[in-house]
Every structure is written in structure tokens, then in C-alpha cells.
Write a protein that binds this ligand. Structure first.
Ligand SMILES: Cc1cc2nc3c(=O)[nH]c(=O)nc-3n(C[C@H](O)[C@H](O)[C@H](O)COP(=O)(O)OP(=O)(O)OC[C@H]3O[C@@H](n4cnc5c(N)ncnc54)[C@H](O)[C@@H]3O)c2cc1C
Length: 423
């Protein structure tokens, strides 16, 4: 029976503990980081390693946002194929971003190793699976460009995809050897532990309700405590609230849900035997992976619908039967969803909201490596770096056109998709 989790399976299975502590006293610091996900924690870790005094203020718990709820695919690059990124950003800047994020998974894995983060890391790559012949064409275009750039990606034929996935349902795939999987919450908590060990303060249960300029400092009100900081990083992404006017309306919020089975052991020995994580080329894409305890975790765009024995569980059962007809009925344990910050150009942004106040935002559903890298870039900037060296050009914040309409449209389309595919 599916237990609807307010956070995620990962919150229950992560081996790392949340190292956050409540905030009791007023604090004076160099940099206040609002948000305890990958972006904020990476910023705090790298800042602290450079000798900058950093303080993370997280409203709930470490990994409360996308960082504790995602699929755990450590992918390279962005959603857009590299050639499209260059068109959007220009040759030089685009090429630099592609190179940086192409190496993103390796950087994440190096952090996991350096700080001995217990997060069920696998290094056997990810598979972008073709759901149709048109999907396969898209993958061919992606592979062509990544190969030209020397990346270790390769196209899987229909037969090779069937062997690696354990399903005949796909037209082929793209295997990216740079990628891997992890327990998302384990990685978030491990980053927090590493940041704390490097000297950063990590406060949880510390919602920042007010942010104002006070002379040459920023003043943040977190519950009863006041934090004074020279610089502030808002690392609130899709979980942004009304703290900074206009930030929440600069992206379109969409949901992605996942349902996990109970541990299935030998029953799934033939499914993703090398433990690649998978997502498909469908417009309303779905994801599939195994965790370290041999649960199957399947997800798609939208929210968990219904409680125990609800619609999402039916959807998950139908999908698993379609993909793996010999699997037979399985028991589900946990269902959850999280919020993604999407924008029209499908690219992350870095806004300078005021002097000494920045926000990297809008990872469009790919934030494990990008969030880590953008957090590090913010620390480099605060250590005396140049804005021109940031991974994205710095821009002003602007409202997402037709935000409410788009958010409502996607919500309805995803719900209809889930209902139809549950029949
Ligand atoms: C379901 C799902 C699946 C995904 N799958 C993948 C994947 O497989 N691979 C991948 O690379 N990416 C994936 N992503 C995207 C990725 O999870 C995010 O891009 C990433 O976690 C963003 O990290 P972040 O630190 O910027 O923000 P978040 O992790 O969202 O953290 C923001 C934090 O800010 C806090 N906050 C907000 N307002 C305040 C305030 N006023 N005061 C204090 N704290 C505040 C929130 O509580 C939250 O913890 C997925 C996202 C979702 C939701």
C-alpha cells in the first residue's frame, strides 16, 4: 500500500543524517545563504573552504526542496542539446557552459569521494530512452554533437537498449558514461555535513521572512534571530516564497512525482541490471531507476494523485506491466512529488537582485550537477571573482509570461496523462 510521503523515499533511506541545528542567537557573517539544497550547500561548502564565513538558513530541513525529492540522475549538460545551448548563449559562452556542465557529474562524484558522502553513488551512466522513432532521431542529434565534443556517449540500438533496460518497449537509447545515480537526500545531507566541517553554519527550521538592506549589510530575519551579512545568495529555486518581490513569479512551477515499490530483490535482477537511471524522450517524460535496496522507482510529470491505493499507484503498476510484462504484480511503498522551476528558454539563470544579492535559479529539472556547479561559482564570485566568469550572464529578474495560465495548463495536462495511463 502506498504511503504518501510529504517529502520522499530518500528522506527515509538516506544514510547521512541532517546536520542542521536551530538558530538561537543573532549572527554576523560574510555570506548568508537562504536555502539548504544543492545550490546553497555547495555555495556554503566552497565559500567556507576559501575561508569565507558562511551561514545557511533553511526554512525546513536540509533537502526539503527539489534536492531531497528528485530522481537522482546525475546527468551531464542541460536539457537542451549542446548545439541549442550554443545558439541561445552564443558560441564562446555556450561552449564554456557545455564544457563546465559536461564535467558536472565528474565534479559531483569527486565531491562525494572527497567528503565520503554516503549517497548510494553508481557510476554506470544514465540512459535516455527513445519512446518513438522521432525520439530516436532526437537522440541521434544529441549523440552526434556530444561525440564531436569528445564526450563518452553512445547510441544504443533497439536490441542493446532492450538488454540494458530489460524491456522491449524502447526504440533505442543514449548511454552517457559520464553520468550516474545517487540517493538525492544522502547527497544533500552529505554536502551539508561537509560544509559544516569546513566551518559553515547550517541552520534548519530557520525560515527567512524578511530581507532588507541595512547600511552596508543585509539584514535577514529568521524567526526570532537576526543575521547580518555582507552578501546574500538566495538558493530557493522552485521553492522560492515572497521573500524577494518578483522572484517566485519569474518561473513556471511544475511538479514531478515518483512512486517506489518495496525492495524486490531477485525479482528485478533483469531490470536495469547495471543500475543505470533512465528517462525517456516523451513530451510528458517518465523516469525509472533502482535504488540500493532494489526498489523500483518510477515517476513522471505531475503530482501524486490519491492516497493509499490511489491513482498514482495504479499509473505506476500499469507502466511497470507495460515495460516488463513478466514482472507480475508488485507492492508499492511510497509516493511523493516535488516542484521544478521551469522557464521559457529551458536554461538556468543567475540574477543580481541588488548589490551583493544573487540568485541562481531555474534548473528546469536538471539541478544535481548544475546546482552544485552554480553554487561553487557563487563562492568563486564572493571570493573576489568576476561576474563575467559566472556560468551564465547575470540578468535582472522578470515575470514569466503567462505564468498562471501555463502552470494551470501543465497541471491539467499532467493529471489527464496520469489518469489516461492508469486505465
Ligand atoms: C521530482 C524531481 C525530480 C528531479 N530529478 C532530477 C534528476 O534526476 N537529476 C537532476 O539533475 N535534477 C533533478 N531535479 C532537479 C533538482 O532536484 C533541482 O534542480 C535541485 O535540487 C535544485 O537545488 P536547489 O538547491 O537550487 O533548490 P532546492 O533543493 O529546491 O532548495 C531550495 C530550498 O530553499 C528553501 N527555502 C525557500 N524559501 C526559503 C526561505 N524564505 N527561508 C529559508 N529557506 C527557504 C526550501 O525549503 C528548500 O529547501 C528534479 C527535481 C524534482 C522536483
Amino acid at each position: 500500500m502506498t504511503k504518501r510521503s510529504s517529502l520522499s523515499l530518500w528522506g527515509e533511506t538516506a544514510a547521512e543524517a541532517d546536520p542542521g541545528v536551530p538558530i538561537r542567537d543573532d549572527i554576523v557573517t560574510d555570506v548568508a545563504v537562504v536555502g539548504g539544497g544543492y545550490t546553497g550547500l555547495s555555495a556554503a561548502l566552497h565559500a567556507a573552504e576559501k575561508g569565507i564565513d558562511a551561514c545557511v538558513l533553511e526554512a525546513h530541513q536540509i533537502g526539503h526542496g527539489g534536492s531531497g525529492r528528485n530522481v537522482g540522475l546525475i546527468n551531464a549538460g542541460l536539457w537542451l542539446p549542446p548545439q541549442d545551448v550554443r545558439v541561445k548563449l552564443g558560441e564562446a559562452r555556450g561552449a564554456r557552459l557545455i564544457e563546465l556542465l559536461g564535467k558536472g557529474p565528474a565534479y559531483v562524484m569527486s565531491l562525494i569521494e572527497r567528503h565520503q558522502i554516503r549517497c548510494e553513488l553508481t557510476r554506470s551512466g544514465t540512459i535516455h530512452a527513445a519512446h518513438s522513432p522521432a525520439g530516436m532521431k532526437d537522440l541521434e542529434r544529441r549523440v552526434g554533437e556530444w561525440e564531436r565534443l569528445g564526450a563518452p556517449v553512445r547510441l544504443l540500438s533497439r536490441a542493446e537498449a532492450a538488454e540494458k533496460i530489460g524491456s522491449e518497449a524502447f526504440f533505442g537509447g543514449l548511454l552517457d558514461a559520464r553520468a550516474g545515480t545517487l540517493n538525492p537526500m544522502g547527497y544533500a545531507r552529505g554536502l551539508a555535513r561537509a560544509a559544516r566541517a569546513a566551518g559553515a553554519r547550517i541552520h534548519t527550521g530557520a525560515p527567512v521572512g524578511k530581507l532588507t538592506r541595512d547600511g552596508d549589510h543585509w539584514r535577514l530575519e529568521a524567526g526570532a534571530a537576526t543575521v547580518r551579512a555582507k552578501s546574500v545568495i538566495l538558493a530557493t529555486n522552485a521553492y522560492s516564497d515572497d521573500l524577494w518581490p518578483g522572484l517566485k513569479s519569474s518561473y513556471v512551477p511544475i511538479h514531478f512525482f515518483q512512486v517506489s515499490t518495496r525492495p524486490l530483490g531477485e525479482q528485478i535482477a533483469h531490470i536495469l541490471p547495471q543500475r543505470q537511471g533512465l528517462w525517456d524522450t516523451g513530451t510528458i517524460m517518465f523516469s525509472l531507476r533502482r535504488d540500493a535496496d532494489d526498489r523500483l522507482i518510477i515517476g513522471s510529470m505531475g503530482s501524486v494523485m490519491g492516497g493509499a491505493r490511489g491513482l498514482s499507484e495504479r499509473w505506476a503498476g500499469k507502466q511497470l506491466t507495460r515495460l516488463f510484462p513478466s514482472l507480475g504484480p508488485v507492492e508499492f511503498e511510497t509516493g511523493w512529488h516535488g516542484r521544478i522551476a521551469m522557464n521559457a528558454e529551458h536554461m538556468p539563470r543567475i540574477h543580481r537582485l541588488a548589490d551583493g544579492l544573487y540568485t541562481p535559479i531555474g534548473y528546469n529539472g536538471r539541478g544535481i550537477a548544475p546546482g552544485t556547479i552554480f553554487g561553487k561559482a557563487m563562492a568563486d564570485l564572493l571570493a573576489g571573482g568576476d561576474e563575467a566568469d559566472l556560468p551564465m550572464p547575470v540578468t535582472d529578474v522578470a515575470p514569466a509570461p503567462a505564468r498562471a495560465f501555463k502552470a494551470g495548463f501543465y497541471r491539467m495536462a499532467f493529471a489527464a496523462n496520469q489518469m489516461l495511463k492508469s486505465l
